[in-house]
Design a protein around this ligand. Structure first.
Ligand code: NDP
Ligand code: HSE
Length: 436
């Protein structure tokens, strides 16, 4: 059996998981591979901690560049994270004709186009299953299992930290900061948790899925990104009363005008399976024209689930080692010369439904004024909820659900509604997807 020597860069949460899982399941894994996979060297800033994990039989260094230059190493597993040193290391590894496996969604979403081009030129593989939804094999499903389909849309709960926060806040009434700390303790959150709570991490993953689903380049800079930090508890409650749950969704949709690529809190009907995905779990719903709806569910973060995806990529590489570069599965599912420059639509051009909450004067004619403005912008109302004003209060909350409309129409209507003297403060707008 051929040897495949692996150099592991970063032995933190995921790297540690890869090392332990390879050790514990090696017999079962070797039955499925066509090469004898071995981690032969590890690079980590913390040499003492790394040695404690791997023992004395494996080389440990704090110089990751030494590994990407090492002629004995066939595959580099990059688990350091970030887009600076990780990028330099991956580019160098490719230059040195090494295959690369990474869990680094930021790197792939931001620099993927350049990395794939370099890898194509050198005839090496770059695998990144762990970069989207951790242990769920969604990249493989999109790239291979659903290949006969024209993918129409993808909607995913693809950030465990924010789903965990939303679930714990709703179920246990805990505050945002407490739950975020717990997510960090459990190893779900990124080194910089603002990437999680501001939607950036989910946007990296949605960008990667959009590229594979639609055969377009990575266009992270064009994604519309909103996190959960401005979400009010009252909207979670009103949504529930109307039969909806609020989730942070990553959405990629192909329309006749272009591609919608967006991450934001979204109302979804509580009866959908995906609405019931709780805690740090992830789920991705994909609509393909032939297969219809499919749903993928599992752990999207954490040491072992992510290691499971990293090792699956390593096994794939052993299986494809002897295939010439043109006959391997293309990085982005589509052949490189078939990738199309379909534009990502600006947010004003997307089409969706909306949840609106406004504080209004409890007097005759207010509702008529608001519905008139909505109608004048072609926005049709689906449902209305008006609370009885509290004792002694002259204002009350009015909640409206709308049918689908273009975002720019909705924004124009909201501006006019906010100008009404009978409406206090800002209108809260949350997008709504029926996912049907
Ligand atoms: P960790 O911070 O736990 O691990 C990174 C490791 O790399 C640390 O041990 C760190 O050392 C080390 N390191 C940092 N800089 C260098 C360097 N220049 N040279 C060598 N070693 C270095 O991160 P994770 O394991 O959580 O994440 C790794 C990657 O996997 C990231 O891209 C992340 O986005 C991705 N990912 C993570 C998931 C998760 O659940 N955690 C899930 C899916 C993907 P030190 O601690 O001393 O800085
Ligand atoms: N921080 C990420 C999450 C890790 O919470 O989902 C997995 O990519």
């Amino acid at each position: 059996m051929k040897r495949m020597n692996i150099g592991l860069l970063g032995i933190g949460t995921v790297g540690g998981g890869v090392f332990e899982l390879l050790k514990s399941n090696i017999k079962e894994i070797q039955r499925k591979t066509s090469a004898d996979m071995r981690i032969v060297a590890v690079a980590d800033k913390n040499i003492a901690r790394a040695k404690e994990i791997v023992g004395s039989s494996i080389e440990v260094t704090d110089d990751a560049f030494k590994l990407v230059a090492d002629k004995e190493i066939d595959v580099i597993v990059e688990l350091i994270g970030g887009t600076t040193i990780a990028k330099d290391l991956v580019v160098k590894a490719i230059e040195n004709k090494k295959h690369v496996v990474t869990a680094n969604k930021a790197l792939i979403a931001v620099h993927g186009n350049e990395i794939f081009k370099a890898a194509h030129a050198k005839g090496v593989m770059v695998a990144f299953e762990a970069a989207v939804a951790g242990g769920i094999p969604i990249i493989k499903a999109l790239r291979e299992g659903l290949t006969a389909n024209r993918i129409e849309w993808i909607a995913g709960i693809i950030n465990g930290t924010t789903n965990f926060i939303l679930s714990e806040m709703r179920d246990k009434g805990l505050d945002f900061e407490t739950v975020l700390k717990e997510a960090q303790r459990l190893g779900y959150a990124e080194a910089d948790p603002t990437f999680d709570i501001e939607g950036v991490d989910a946007a990296h993953k949605a960008t990667i899925m959009s590229a594979i689903a639609f055969g377009i380049p990575m266009q992270f800079e064009k994604a519309h990104v909103e996190g959960i930090t401005k979400l009010a508890a009252i909207d979670i409650r009103y949504a529930e009363q109307l039969g909806y749950r609020i989730k942070l969704l990553g959405i990629a949709k192909k329309t006749s005008g272009g591609v919608e690529l967006r991450v934001h809190p979204t109302l979804i009907p509580a009866k959908r399976l995906i609405a019931n995905v709780e805690g740090a779990m992830n789920a991705v719903q994909v609509f393909g024209d032939a297969v219809g709806t499919t749903l993928y569910y599992g752990k999207g973060a954490g040491s072992e689930p992510t290691a499971s995806a990293v090792i699956a990529d390593l096994v794939d590489i052993t299986r494809l080692l002897s295939a010439d570069a043109e006959h391997r599965v293309p990085y982005l599912a589509f052949q490189p010369d078939a990738v199309q420059n379909t534009p990502v639509l600006p947010i004003g051009e997307i089409t969706t439904s909306y949840y609106l909450r406004m504080r209004v004067a409890d007097q005759a004619g207010v509702l008529a004024d608001i519905t008139k403005i909505l109608a004048s912008h072609g926005v049709s109302i689906d449902a209305l909820l008006q609370k009885e004003a509290d004792e002694g209060e002259s204002q009350t909350d009015l909640v409206a659900l709308t049918h689908e409309t273009k975002e720019k129409n909705m924004l124009a209507a909201i501006k006019e509604i906010q100008d009404l003297k009978t409406v206090a403060g800002e209108v809260v707008k949350i997008r709504l997807e029926n996912l049907s």
